[in-house]
Ligand binder design. Structure first.
Ligand code: CA
Length: 419
């Protein structure tokens, strides 16, 4: 066990019961305040440990990192050092925060190294180089296949042989709290009608998680399933906003484009893969047997509870989905091995999303498309209104947590189309 994950550890920093940010977590993010420039921090309870300050005071020397890694508006510097050094950094922070460690606790720098979260503004944690979106939940793929294709043969022939994915758009990935404007595009009214241009009428969320990579092995060098986790820095919650009507008209033959690339929202704290180790679980039985490059040894799925809440402008909110990352058919090892098996190279800060994470039964579906079953089963909201898809003024909030680990949340409010 990684000592920083020891469930018995306690911090001298006061951490509220039930906080997502226990000492066993220590996720990394980017923040600033009215008096502090943008920099790297680590969440602990409802405070942020200021890593630039810690480095300047000498607490993070000997780790092979530089001031520029911490006095930065992105985590890429830390991530680009690779797994061993970023893990050592988290271990060092864990040591400094432990109740029985006086080194930081009793130093004159203790108070200046902690910033209340309420005073901080969070930013995009990484410069995303490339973004790939997988389609790895069998329940989601089956639901979509049942709705739009053949209920008897809902999965396409390739689906159980490879983690299907497409290359998405990195430029429009935004941090939690960023308002999302309802996109416009081509809509196709009915079979014999020509397309029209206008705001999407079917604005949806997709409940996903995404992993962020360390630099890979270079062009032409595949990463195996055994090696894959050495190249994964951590994870965030990922809301892949989707315009279903634009998507439906455009996606054949080359796949998603404007129905997807207008925005995706992520949670601001990157939870390291190290911190998630206690939550490994066995995945579903994969049948038919996968090709040898997709086989793996250890339990490589992760047990993380997920939920989605819709908050209308009047505040009477509703949880519309409770799911879990463990429902994925394909795990991250397989996704990364497949992504690179042809020699495609990954870089530090690349983001690879899971695809919509649906569970097996109603209540665990990860998109309004499935929850409302293409609009045929509207969701009753507490104020008496109904939702088939997301309305202007609604805020969509996603949360993820398990045991001593939490991701905080990703939140986004939908604004009307136009200016
Ligand atoms: Ca997606």
């Amino acid at each position: 066990m990684i000592e920083a994950n020891n469930p018995n550890l306690e911090s001298w920093v006061d951490v509220p019961d039930g906080s997502d940010f226990q000492i066993q977590n220590l996720p990394f993010g980017i923040f600033n305040t009215n008096s502090l420039s943008t920099r790297v921090g680590v969440a602990i309870g409802d405070q942020i440990l200021d890593l630039q300050n810690l480095f300047e005071c000498g607490f993070l020397s000997g780790l092979g990192m530089d001031l520029e890694d911490f006095a930065s508006s992105k985590l890429n510097g830390i991530i680009n050092h690779g797994k061993a050094k970023s893990s050592s950094l988290r271990n060092r922070i864990s040591e400094l925060l432990r109740k029985d460690s006086s080194e930081l606790r009793d130093s004159e720098n203790a108070s200046s190294s902690l910033v209340p979260m309420s005073e901080a503004q969070m930013h995009m944690p990484v410069e995303v180089g490339d973004y790939t979106d997988c389609y790895s939940s069998e329940d989601h793929a089956r639901n979509v296949g049942k709705m739009f294709r053949d209920p008897e043969n809902a999965l396409l022939p390739n689906w159980k042989h490879m983690p299907v994915a497409y290359h998405g758009r990195a430029s429009s990935i935004v941090v939690s709290g960023t308002q999302i404007k309802r996109p416009s595009g081509q809509l196709k009214p009915a079979d014999n009608q020509p397309p029209v241009y206008g705001p999407t009428r079917l604005l949806d969320f997709e409940l996903e998680m995404a992993f962020i990579t360390h630099p890979g092995k270079g062009l032409g060098n595949p990463i195996t399933t055994t090696e894959a986790e050495e190249y994964i820095f951590g994870m965030v919650i990922f809301n892949d906003w989707s315009a279903r009507d634009i998507q439906k008209w455009e996606y054949i033959p080359l796949g998603p484009f404007l129905g997807k690339n207008f925005a995706s929202s992520i949670s601001p704290w990157v939870v390291t893969l190290d911190a998630l180790q206690p939550y490994r679980v066995e995945g579903p039985n994969q049948n038919p047997e996968v090709l040898s490059y997709l086989k793996f040894d250890e339990h490589s799925h992760y047990d993380i509870d997920l939920e989605v809440e819709i908050i209308p402008p009047n505040g009477q909110s509703k949880i519309v989905c409770r799911s879990n990352l463990k429902y994925m058919y394909w795990n991250m090892r397989q996704q990364l091995a497949h992504h690179t098996v042809n020699g495609c190279n990954i870089r530090g800060g690349d983001m690879i999303a899971s695809g919509t994470i649906s569970g097996p039964e109603e209540g665990s579906f990860g998109s309004m498309l499935e929850i409302s079953w293409k609009g045929t089963k509207p969701v009753a909201m507490p104020d008496g209104s109904e939702r088939k898809f997301i309305q202007d003024g609604d805020t969509v909030v996603m949360r993820a947590s398990k045991g001593l680990i939490g991701f905080g949340e990703v939140s986004g409010e939908l604004k009307p189309a136009g200016n």
